[in-house]
Design a protein around this ligand. Structure first.
Ligand SMILES: [Zn+2]
Length: 370
C-alpha cells in the first residue's frame, strides 16, 4: 500500500516536473505576446464529403495562435454507393471501395465562405483553387474560370494530388501522372499568373520498404524532380516532403531533399511538413527530430509548417499537429523556427497575392481587394 502510494507520488512529482519543463520549453521557444505562433500553409476547411465547420467557427479555433491560413476544400468527393456501402454513409476515402470524383464546386464554396468575412478577417486567409482534374488538359480552363468568377480571392492552386496511396487508383478515368502534359500546362499557367502551388505526390509506392522492392531510390523521385525542374517560374510547395501514410522516409531521405534544396535549378521549390502522419515520423525519435531540424537549419527559407487539418471539430483538434511538433520547435534555433512557423509563409503567399491580383487587373473586368 505504502509502496504504491510512494510510486504514485513519485509519478505525480515526475509529471509535475515534466509539465514545468514543458512550460519552460514552450515559453522559451514561442512568443510571449499576442503574436501568432504559426501560419498554416496547408488547411482543408472541408472533408471528403464536402462538410466542415463554418469559416467563422474556424476563426475561433485559430484564435491568436494561428496567424494566416492557406485554406482550401478537398477536390475529391467520396461517392456514397448504396450498392457498396448500403446505409453506412462513408465520410473518408478509406471508408469505402466506392470511387472518388472531382468536385469542382469546392472552389465556389471556399470563395463564398471567404467573401462572407470582414476585410480584417479575409486578410488572414489565402484561398486556393483545388477542384480540377490534373489529368485533364482543360484543368487550366477551370482555374482561369474560377479566377474570373471570384477575382480578389485566390492566392494559389492545391492541394491537388498526383500519386497518393489508395486515392489515385480510386478515381475513375485516366490516372494522374507526373508525365502527363496536362500537369505541365497547369504548372505553366500557375507560373504565368503567380499562383502558389501545393502539390501532393507520394515520393514512393506504398510500403516500398516492407515489400522489398529493392529500388535504389523512391519510385517517383526522378519524375517529380523533372517536373519541378521543368517549371522554374512556378512556386511549388511539395506537400509533406513527399511522404505519406504508407510512405515513411526511406533511409537517407533528408539528404536527397537536401540535394534538391541545395541545387539552384530547384530554387522555386519549397516543402511542407504538414499532416499528423508526417509529424509522427519526425518526432518518433530524437535522432529523427534532429535530422529534420538540421535540414531546416541548412535551408531555413524553404520549409513551411502546415497542419493539414481537415474539417476540424474544435480548437484542440486543429492545434494538434502544431503541438505534436513541440520537440522540433524546441530543437530548432529561434531564427529558423520563426521562418518555418511564420515568415516563409508570409514571403510565399504575400508574393502570390501580389502577383495574382496583378494578373487579375489585366484579365478580369472588375477586381475586388484581398
Ligand atoms: Zn492536405
Amino acid at each position: 500500500m505504502i509502496g504504491s502510494l510512494l510510486a504514485n507520488w513519485r509519478e505525480a512529482r515526475c509529471a509535475a516536473a515534466m509539465v514545468f519543463l514543458l512550460f519552460v520549453g514552450v515559453a522559451e521557444a514561442l512568443p510571449q505576446n499576442n503574436d501568432p505562433e504559426f501560419n498554416d500553409s496547408h488547411f482543408h476547411l472541408t472533408n471528403n464529403i464536402q462538410e466542415g465547420p463554418d469559416i467563422r467557427e474556424f476563426l475561433k479555433m485559430m484564435g491568436n495562435r494561428a496567424g494566416r491560413v492557406a485554406i482550401f476544400g478537398i477536390p475529391l468527393q467520396q461517392e456514397w454507393s448504396y450498392r457498396v456501402d448500403g446505409d453506412r454513409a462513408p465520410t473518408y476515402y478509406l471508408h469505402s471501395d466506392a470511387p472518388l470524383y472531382y468536385y469542382s464546386f469546392t472552389d465556389a464554396w471556399i470563395a463564398m465562405a471567404y467573401r462572407s468575412l470582414t476585410k480584417e478577417q479575409r486578410a488572414r486567409f489565402d484561398p486556393m483553387i483545388t477542384g480540377f482534374n490534373p489529368a485533364d488538359m482543360y484543368a487550366v480552363d477551370h482555374i482561369r474560370r474560377v479566377l474570373r468568377t471570384f477575382p480578389g480571392v485566390f492566392s494559389g492552386i492545391g492541394e491537388f494530388t498526383i500519386h497518393k496511396e489508395f486515392v489515385s487508383a480510386k478515381i475513375p478515368g485516366e490516372v494522374a501522372s507526373l508525365q502527363n502534359p496536362a500537369l505541365d500546362r497547369i504548372l505553366d499557367f500557375a507560373g504565368e499568373v503567380g499562383l502558389a502551388v501545393i502539390l501532393h505526390c507520394d515520393v514512393d509506392i506504398p510500403l516500398a520498404k516492407d515489400v522489398a522492392m529493392g529500388a535504389a531510390e523512391p519510385a517517383y523521385l526522378s519524375e517529380i524532380k523533372a517536373v519541378l525542374k521543368r517549371h522554374p517560374q512556378t512556386t511549388i510547395i511539395w506537400a509533406h516532403i513527399g511522404l505519406g501514410r504508407l510512405v515513411a522516409p526511406p533511409e537517407g531521405y533528408l539528404s536527397q531533399i537536401d540535394g534538391i534544396l541545395s541545387d539552384p535549378d530547384f530554387s522555386n521549390v519549397y516543402v511542407d511538413i504538414s499532416w499528423d502522419v508526417v509529424a509522427k515520423y519526425f518526432v518518433a525519435s530524437r535522432e529523427a527530430t534532429e535530422n529534420l531540424a538540421a535540414a531546416m537549419q541548412r535551408h531555413p527559407g524553404r520549409f513551411l509548417f502546415g497542419t493539414d487539418g481537415a474539417a476540424p471539430v474544435n480548437e484542440s483538434k486543429y492545434l494538434s499537429v502544431f503541438n505534436q511538433y513541440a520537440p522540433l520547435w524546441k530543437t530548432l534555433d529561434a531564427e529558423t523556427s520563426r521562418k518555418v512557423r511564420l515568415e516563409n509563409y508570409e514571403r510565399v503567399f504575400d508574393e502570390a497575392r501580389r502577383r495574382v491580383r496583378n494578373w487579375e487587373r489585366g484579365h478580369v473586368a472588375r477586381v475586388g481587394a484581398n
